[in-house]
Ligand binder design. Structure first.
Ligand SMILES: [Zn+2]
Length: 97
């Protein structure tokens, strides 16, 4: 079997779609107990993933899916940041096409 390029697959907490890690946003609970958006995907801690689109972020927030996955409350500014990043990503997509 040929060696395949390592592409980590993660699942969106909202729609349960599996996608390469880069296509999703990572939210991480740091060892210090903070919950932050992790654009690099490299921070240590327990991570949860959500699609880079507003509807998935809204679903995740509304159903508290990130909270449930991370087992800690999601700070309002982290939620806000996720929504902003998702809106940005959608805008970029519109501009590109
Ligand atoms: Zn999703």
């Amino acid at each position: 079997m040929p060696a395949r390029k390592h592409t980590p697959i993660r699942t969106c907490v909202a729609c349960r779609t599996a996608a390469p890690k880069r296509g999703l946003m990572r939210v991480v609970r740091t060892p210090e107990g903070a919950v932050v958006v992790d654009p690099t995907g490299k921070r240590a801690g327990r991570g949860a993933y959500v699609c880079r689109n507003v509807s998935c972020v809204q679903t995740a927030l509304k159903a508290k899916k990130l909270e449930r996955s991370l087992k800690v409350p999601l700070p309002a500014d982290t939620a806000q940041e996720l929504l902003q990043l998702a809106a940005q990503a959608e805008e970029e997509e519109v501009t590109r096409s």
